[in-house]
Design a protein around this ligand. Sequence first.
Ligand SMILES: *Cc1c(COP(=O)(O)O)cnc(C)c1O
Length: 383
Amino acid sequence: MGAPSNSGDGGKNALLRALPSVEQLLRRPSLEPLLSGVPRARAVAALRLAVDRARGRLVASGGPGFEDADVQHALDTLAAPGLRPVLNATGVVLHTNLGRAPLAASAVARVAEVARGYSNLEYDLDEGARGSRYAPLVGLLRSLTGAEDAVVVNNCAGAVLLVLAALASGRECVVSRGELVEIGGGFRVPEVMRQSGAKLVEVGTTNRTRLADYSAALGAESALLVKVHRSNFALVGFTEEVEVAELSALGRARGVPVFQDLGAGALVPLKGEGLSRELTVAQAVAAGADVVAFSGDKLLGGPQAGVVVGRSALLARIKAHPLMRALRVDKLTVAALEATLALYRDGRAEEVPVHRLLAQAPEDLRARAVRLEGLLAGRGVRA
Ligand SMILES: *Cc1c(COP(=O)(O)O)cnc(C)c1O
C-alpha cells in the first residue's frame, strides 16, 4: 500500500537492513565461545533461527535488533524437541491438548520393538502370503466386545466418516436432535454427515426424543439409525431419550441397522465418580447396535485410533470402501493397540494408565499437588 515512511519506519528499515548475515555471524569473534564444538550445519541452523527471531522482533515491535543472546536462545531451541513430555496438572485425565492417554509400559515396549526394524505388518507368517494389518487386532476386539468383526482407522472422527460414507452415502441417517453434537476440534455431527454424502434426518426435539419419532422418520431411503454419545455435555431436566436396545429392536423390525458413535468407548466398566454409567462397547453390542465406533485413546487408554466393530456383512462394506485406505493406521498404532487390548484380554486392565489415573483418590491427588508445588518452588517457580 506504500505507506509514507516516517522516521520510525525509517529507523526500523535501517535496523532490518543492518541484520547480520549468517556468514558474518559465523566469523563474529564474540560468538566463538558459543559456537565452538557445534557442528557447522547445526550452527548455521541456529544462526538462521537467531536472525529470524531478531527480524520478527523488529517487525513486531521495532527492536531491539540482533543480539548475541539470540544465538544462545536458538541453540536451546534446537536442543529441545518440539514435541516433548509435559506435566499434566490440569485435573483432566484425557486432555486432547496434552496427548490424551499415556500408554501402558507393555504398549510402549511393543512400539519400540516394532519401530526398530521390519515386521509382518501385512504378511501372514503361517500362510506365507500377504496378510491384513488389522489381523492382530480383530480377534482381540471380537472377544472383548462380542462383535462379529472389527476394523481400525486413524481416529474416531475418521471412523464415523467412514461408517457413514460406506453405509449411508446418498441415503438417509436418522438422528435425534439431542445428539447433533460438536465434539471439539470442529467435529460436528451434521457436518461429518454432509461430508460422508449421507442425508441427515433430524428427529425429536433438543431435550426429548421418543421411539415414535424415529419410527415415523423411517422410510425407503433410510440407511441407518444413528446414536451419538453426547460426550462433552449433559442433558438434564425434562428429558427423554431412546436407549440403544429399544432403537435396535425398531431397526430390526424395519430392516435398518443401528450405528452407535460411542466416542469414549470403555471396554470394561469403570470405577470412579460418574463413570460407572458409561455404556461399555460390549454392552452396546449386546444391546443390539449393529455397528459401534469408538476412540483408541480415550477410555480404552491406547494410541490414537478409531475402532469400528459390528456385524460381518456391514463391516465387509466398510472395509471395502476407498476411504479405508486413506484412513488406515500405521504399524506403531497397531503395535500399541494390540498390546493395550492384550492387557484387557489378560485381566490386567489396571495396568492401563488411564484406569489408574481415573481411580485416584482426591486425597492422593492433593498430596501429589502439594509435592509438585514444593518441587517447583525449589526451582524458583511459583504455582
Ligand atoms: C471424541 C469423539 C469423537 C472423535 O474421536 P477422535 O478419536 O478424537 O477422532 C467422535 N464422536 C464422539 C461421540 C466422541 O466423543
